[in-house]
Ligand binder design. Structure first.
Ligand SMILES: Cc1cc2nc3c(=O)[nH]c(=O)nc-3n(C[C@H](O)[C@H](O)[C@H](O)COP(=O)(O)O)c2cc1C
Length: 201
């Protein structure tokens, strides 16, 4: 039985185009993986506190005491144990909303999601073989002249390398706020890609 961890960072909730695309993907994935289990983490509900000084001090103290089983590290343990991971987030400020960054800070814990070998080399400790980012963007960042400005998928891809997750994929619908483009057509095309990917993810 495969466990898919779904990290929902779609701040617009049910009105979010990114969430609609992600839910479509997850429906397809569930159909294709009958006994698979999807666990959703809704970052708008969980509202993890940013790592302000006192939060970081608590984290450092727990970590130094070897208390990696403390509830504070529960998100990191859950992330490290998942078989597959899907994140849904809108494209904000060329990356993703702060709630996802806070989550990433919370799960990036030495000796849970990554560590160091005897030679001091960074090694990933996550079980997942695949991580998918589902996103929608106001502009089109698939073109050579704009792709370099995209910082969300690229950050997650780099983090996957650090976490030991070998495959990063991004399902993006681009140019949705461009008045010259056909939004419905863009979303229909992305939905088709979501359906196809759900079969094989
Ligand atoms: C706070 C905020 C920041 C945004 N920043 C960008 C941006 O940097 N580049 C861009 O192309 N679109 C940007 N957008 C537009 C969104 O990426 C786009 O509307 C997206 O489809 C919203 O996804 P959602 O429906 O899942 O919320 C931004 C929208 C908001 C609300």
């Amino acid at each position: 039985m495969e466990e898919l961890l779904f990290i929902n960072a779609c701040v617009r909730g049910d009105r979010s185009r990114s969430l609609k695309l992600a839910r479509r993907f997850l429906e397809g994935w569930q159909k294709a993986h009958g006994d698979g289990v999807i666990t959703e983490v809704d970052l708008c509900k969980d509202r993890l506190v940013p790592q302000y000084p006192e939060v970081l001090a608590e984290r450092d103290a727990l970590w130094s005491a070897g208390k990696l089983d403390d509830p504070m590290f529960a998100p990191a343990r859950q992330f490290a144990a998942a078989d597959k991971i899907v994140m849904a987030a809108p494209f904000w400020e060329l990356s993703f909303p702060a709630i996802l960054k806070i989550y990433l800070e919370r799960i990036t814990v030495t000796n849970i999601t990554f560590g160091y070998d005897a030679d001091g080399k960074s090694v990933g400790l996550c079980k997942a073989k695949k991580l998918l980012l589902v996103t929608t963007r106001g502009g089109d960042f698939s073109k050579p002249e704009t792709a370099w400005m995209e910082m969300g998928a690229r950050q997650l891809e780099a983090l996957c390398a650090m976490y030991g997750i070998p495959q990063f994929q991004c399902l993006a619908a681009e140019g949705l706020d461009d008045v010259t483009r056909d939004k419905e057509a863009i979303l229909a095309e992305a939905t088709g890609r979501a359906d196809a990917l759900a079969e094989v993810f």
